[in-house]
Design a protein around this ligand. Structure first.
Ligand SMILES: C[S@@+](CC[C@H](N)C(=O)[O-])C[C@H]1O[C@@H](n2cnc3c(N)ncnc32)[C@H](O)[C@@H]1O
Length: 295
């Protein structure tokens, strides 16, 4: 069967670096790839090729199909990092341990592949930090893009960020760091189901801080403004979850850690006539100047 796990489907990747330093010493490198949200369909051929050729594939994926696929692609090198999570443990501790494990492999001379679900650089601290530290220590390190939950959201909800712009925030960061929302643009709030809880919970995050988020959103949006809890389908043949809600309903609970909140624009954009006229005047002046030069 041809497909992402088919030998013939994957191109041979160019090496990230000459894998050695000329004196026989093996030099490690790091490639960070994303497995997408629905791994079977979203994993790119470039990522497949890297996963196959890596000495070690350190992965953080959330579903059994993705895990099975990584193990099939690289049976000898696949190693899960999800065991580093523990109930009640601050997530930042786990992330730092992921970075350490990754750097250990790179320093040991391995072509190391870190595989994270979605886009590996979207709301993923350990991937960026591993690259930063590997480079600082003189190793080659780079990231390949993947398909993120937001990409799936644009497709499933029919949102074009080019129409009214789109602001994207992590929900706790949005609350704590005074982020400013333009309610005439689309807004995506990530990690809505873990807002205010910095620890890991296999189920049932502490959402005691949700009233603060509701208060902030009510200061920006009418109480009846429609919003959507969204969860992209992880498995083929399944539909996404799209739950229309209002701000107050966020208090009712039942939020999964995999939910993302989408808030459509509440108002029409107000255009800026002054800039519009200045822009046209500049274009006209430029045309006149080039006409004069030709004439
Ligand atoms: C740590 S971030 C990882 C994001 C991931 N790197 C990506 O590119 O989509 C976790 C958050 O991503 C969002 N997310 C993850 N899986 C999702 C899914 N299947 N549908 C919608 N949002 C999802 C949720 O907001 C979740 O709290």
């Amino acid at each position: 069967m041809a497909g992402p796990t088919d030998d013939t489907a994957a191109p041979a990747p160019a090496p990230a670096q000459p894998n050695g330093n000329g004196n026989g010493v093996h030099k490690g490198s790091l490639i960070v790839v994303g497995t997408g949200i629905r791994t079977v369909g979203h994993l790119t051929m470039e990522a497949v090729a890297w996963i196959r050729q890596a000495d070690k594939v350190l992965y953080v994926v959330g579903d059994p199909v993705a895990e099975a696929m990584l193990k099939e692609l690289n049976p000898a090198g696949a190693e899960s990092l999800t065991g580093l999570y523990a109930e009640g443990k601050p997530r930042i501790e786990t992330y730092n341990q992921m970075v350490e494990r990754t750097l250990d492999c790179v320093r040991a001379g391995m072509v190391t592949c870190m595989a994270c679900y979605g886009h590996p650089g979207v709301f993923v601290y350990p991937s960026h930090e591993s690259i930063r530290r590997a480079r600082a220590e003189g190793f080659q390190a780079r990231m390949l893009p993947g398909i993120s939950a937001e990409d799936c959201l644009f497709a499933d909800l029919g949102v074009d960020p080019g129409i009214s712009g789109c602001q994207s925030y992590e929900a706790t960061d949005f609350l704590l760091n005074g982020r400013v929302i333009d309610p005439a643009s689309s807004v995506v709030l990530w990690q809505i189901g873990v807002v205010g809880d910095a620890t890991f919970k296999p189920a049932g995050y502490d959402l005691s801080a949700m009233p603060l988020l509701i208060e902030r959103l009510l200061a920006i949006y009418p109480a009846t403004h429609p919003m959507y809890l969204y969860e992209a389908a992880v498995f083929h043949g399944c539909d996404p979850v799209i739950r229309p809600i209002t701000v107050h309903e966020l208090a009712y609970g039942g939020l999964s850690a995999g939910y993302t909140l989408y808030i459509p624009p509440a108002y029409a954009s107000s255009s800026d006539p002054t800039t519009y006229y200045r822009m046209n005047a500049m274009i006209a002046a430029n045309k006149a100047a080039s006409g004069a030069a030709i004439g």
